[in-house]
Design a protein around this ligand. Structure first.
Ligand SMILES: [Zn+2]
Length: 190
């Protein structure tokens, strides 16, 4: 599922600060474009308190012939395999944090909802994604972070936005400049 180069980008196992965590997600997104292995999106899951890396994901929609294969979804799938559970909020596990180079789309909004992730950190905004690349985010609720925050009786999912946003946008611009494919279904019919 993950590209072969991915291992080369994972040079350490602990990422204490939020900027280091986002730095890795952006680096994966950039390499994904450079290697022509997918869209300009990267995501990582960390143990929230320690910063220990649990899993990574990049967008591999085109390579895998799979519209589900967004970076966040891949990171969630890998983390659940590594942790041997469909529920990353299981009592035996530490709190998990998803760090994604760009705001989750409608599909990833739902994926995160059911994943067991306890917090989400975002680089580029949904507007950045749509305006710079031409990708569509789908009908994500306007106050999506408030909806994550208020899931009573489920635990809240805390959202932090605009971390290294400029660097994240640089990858989106790089993809655009390289005529990156817009693989949203139906986009070749408009
Ligand atoms: Zn998505």
């Amino acid at each position: 599922m993950l590209p072969e180069w991915i291992q080369e980008e994972i040079i350490k196992l602990e990422y204490p600060t939020i900027e280091e965590r986002m730095g890795l997600a952006i680096q994966l997104a950039q390499r994904n474009v450079e290697e022509n292995t997918g869209g300009p999106f990267g995501a990582c899951i960390f143990e929230k308190n320690t910063g220990i890396l649990v899993s990574v994901g990049v967008n591999v929609v085109v390579k895998q012939n799979c519209s589900l294969a967004h970076a966040e979804a891949i990171a969630i799938m890998v983390a659940q395999q590594v942790c041997r559970t469909y529920d990353l909020s299981a009592n035996r596990l530490p709190d998990m944090e998803l760090v994604t180079s760009a705001q989750p789309c409608i599909q990833c909004f739902g994926n995160i909802w059911w994943s067991g992730i306890k917090s989400v950190v975002v680089g580029a905004t949904g507007e950045d994604v749509e305006e710079i690349t031409g990708f569509r985010e789908g009908p994500v609720p306007i106050c999506w972070e408030d909806i994550f925050n208020n899931r009573y009786p489920l635990y809240p999912i805390f959202v932090t936005k605009n971390i290294l946003r400029k660097q994240a946008c640089r990858v989106l611009n790089y993809y655009k400049q390289n005529n990156g494919l817009i693989y949203n279904a139906g986009s070749d019919k408009r």
